[in-house]
Write a protein that binds this ligand. Structure first.
Ligand SMILES: Nc1nc2c(ncn2[C@@H]2O[C@H](COP(=O)(O)OP(=O)(O)OP(=O)(O)O)[C@@H](O)[C@H]2O)c(=O)[nH]1
Ligand SMILES: [Mg+2]
Length: 605
């Protein structure tokens, strides 16, 4: 039997997981000498590359001496925490990376909590020790305290620690050691991570943790084999989480080697392989011996905490820029997403609309971004938290929030968060003159907070949050104060009128942009919406967009992105998303209806 180690690399966002995997691939000699490899090679998806973040967990395998090491790189952003949760059951050890300067952050806690609960012993890697502000001793203490707080057992508290600069390609056991290469980390993996349990002689038991597809063979399930063997051409029983069973033959078996996939004939207990041949294979399914099927526990992933209504675009510009615009197409696409993305949910709401739930705005935003790139057109409403009832009490999700701000902004941050029902749990002055504030806050209070926070801290504040738990509902939380500038006509915006409107607030559109009645074209400088006419006036020929003629200068409009729009909009507004545009509009395009609604709202207060 081959000697195998299965590990997942886990950490808070940006602490260097994917970079570390690059180095492990490089230094294990997995690539051919002439092979050109991109930086952060595991971030293979287009949006991952653009944003420099990992969204989906992905696996690779390397050979070190006589060992095969299967490595799963996981995403660090809190919204993709579900990915990490499901992967942890597939491995026998984790590398927990912690930035030597930032230290323990909200998602460090979340992922470590899950790993500890599963009984895994973390190999702690204090990374980025090359940074000027790094403080490995402090960070090491933070990790230890966190493990104690998480009720780690004695064995787990004796976790091994290494110091590393993944980007520079070295890891070491002691800070005093020389900066050489990754050998100490390879040794730690071989020595400290247990071998897989289970045996190749038992009946087959494997579980799917990721889906993939291939134009030739269709759906592929990436599985961890816990017992027995899987052989190409043999028949197995697929057992779904709901208990449904179906028999099929493995038409193709694929093994991993670096960034490549190779066809193999057979694999056995302990390994991670991809299998094709089961048309309805899903994440969480068990692949079992047909004679003696013993399914594995279905995967549990924490429930979604945020939901958004997605609906068919019914605005005046609908259908002009997208290919897929019908409710059927949207429904099909969402259903497909839910098969692979077990942390998300979808529920048809009637009226060509769907409730899409996930872990956060980024997760839902990435789905929407993918859809628009595929040619979809649709609308999104304001994100709402998912509340639930426990023993007759209304409960809502709470988040653990850490903000790092220069000292002078400490006051404003505390004040603003107080209004959003945040409860401060600690205040720590950091060596670099900033202050680290920790809070527990209803997830509702965080919706739309990022923009405000960045403005208040002149862009210098950093905020990070991660799901904590459900707690009793806290009542009304403050929301956006400025009103919207709403267009009262259809057509193309005229530079002259935009110039005149600039003094009223911040514009979202520029000259010649298409607008329609009820579309939000800017943020008003005052509370309350204002109907304005962006089409009025003469089309001046001497208008300049820049230059010294300051009498007619147009300010660059604020760019509306999918995520900034999700943060910004109010309950009575929608985001219109097409492959080419992101627009904000009022739910009701009719100004008379809006006036009546505003009056009713005022009267009911
Ligand atoms: N100074 C320094 N920077 C590093 C080191 N390792 C990684 N980085 C940088 O940190 C940034 C984030 O690295 P990634 O490898 O993408 O981090 P990640 O943990 O995979 O991020 P997510 O997958 O989005 O959670 C990149 O700009 C890296 O170049 C290091 O040892 N030292
Ligand atoms: Mg990454």
């Amino acid at each position: 039997m081959q000697k195998i180690k299965n590990i997942a690399v886990i950490a808070h966002v940006d602490h260097g997981k994917t970079t570390l995997v690059d180095e492990l691939l490089q230094q294990s000699g997995t690539f051919e000498a002439h092979q050109q490899v991109e930086e952060r090679a595991m971030d293979s998806d287009a949006i991952e590359k653009e944003r420099g973040i990992t969204i989906l967990s992905k696996n690779t395998a390397i050979t070190y001496g006589d060992h095969k090491i299967n490595i799963i790189d996981t995403p660090g952003h809190a919204d993709f925490g579900g990915e990490v949760e499901r992967v942890l059951k597939m491995v026998d050890g984790v590398l927990l990376l912690v930035d030597a300067q930032e230290g323990v952050m909200p998602q460090t806690k979340f992922v470590l909590k899950k790993a500890i609960a599963l009984g895994l012993i973390p190999v702690v890697v204090i990374n980025k020790i090359d940074k000027d502000g790094s403080d490995p001793d402090r960070v090491m203490d933070e990790v230890f305290d966190l493990l104690v707080a998480l009720d780690a057992n004695e064995e787990q508290l004796e976790f091994p620690v290494l110091y590393a600069a993944a980007r520079d390609g070295y890891a070491k056991w002691e800070m005093e050691d020389e900066n050489k290469d990754m050998t100490p980390l390879f040794e730690a993996i071989i020595e400290k991570v247990p071998y897989p349990k289970g045996s190749a002689d038992n009946d087959t038991q494997a579980q799917v943790f990721t889906l993939d597809s291939d134009n030739f063979v269709g759906r592929i399930g990436i599985t961890r084999i816990f017992n027995g063997k899987v052989k190409k051409g043999d028949e197995y029983l697929l057992v779904k989480a709901c208990g449904a069973k179906s028999k099929s033959r493995i038409s193709k078996l694929i093994g991993f080697k670096g960034l490549e996939r190779i066809e193999i004939q057979e694999a056995e207990a302990g390994d991670i392989v991809a299998i094709a041949g089961f048309n309805d294979i899903d994440v969480g399914d068990s692949v079992c011996d047909p004679q003696n099927p013993v399914a594995l526990d279905p995967m549990h992933v924490e429930e979604p905490t945020l939901s958004v209504i997605m609906s068919v675009n019914n605005g005046p510009l609908a259908g002009q820029e997208g290919k897929h615009v019908t409710s059927n197409k949207i429904s099909e696409r969402l259903a497909k997403e839910m098969e692979t993305n077990i942390a998300m949910r979808m529920e048809p709401m009637g009226d060509a609309s769907f409730k899409v739930s996930g872990r956060g705005e980024l997760q839902i935003g990435i789905l929407a971004e993918n859809m628009r790139r595929e040619g979809f057109e649709f609308m999104l409403a304001r994100p709402e938290v998912v509340t639930k009832e426990e023993d007759g009490v209304k409960m809502e999700p709470f988040e653990h929030l850490v903000v790092d701000v220069p000292e002078e902004f400490q006051g404003v941050a505390i004040e603003k968060l107080g209004k959003r029902k945040a409860n401060m749990t600690s205040l720590t002055p950091m060596p670099d003159g900033t202050v680290r504030l920790e809070f527990e806050i209803p997830a509702r209070g965080l919706i739309g907070f990022r923009n405000e926070f960045l403005t208040d801290t002149k862009g210098e504040g950093i905020m990070n949050h991660s799901y904590l738990e459900y707690r009793p509902y806290t009542g009304v939380v403050e929301s956006r104060t400025p009103g919207a500038l709403v267009s009262m006509d259809d057509g193309e915006a005229v530079a002259f009128s935009i110039f005149n409107l600039q003094s009223r607030g911040v514009m979202f559109i520029g000259a010649q942009d298409k607008v329609y009645s009820g579309m939000v074209i800017g943020e008003s400088a005052r509370p309350g919406d204002l109907d304005v006419n962006p089409l009025k006036g003469k089309a001046l020929t001497n208008m300049r967009t820049s230059g010294t003629d300051d009498a007619v200068k147009l300010v660059t409009p604020r760019k509306i992105t999918l995520e900034s729009a999700m943060e910004w909009i109010e309950e009575d507004e929608l985001i219109e998303i097409t492959p080419e545009s992101v627009r904000i509009r009022k739910k009701s395009l009719d100004p008379v209806v809006r006036k009546r609604m505003a009056r009713d709202k005022k009267n009911s207060k």
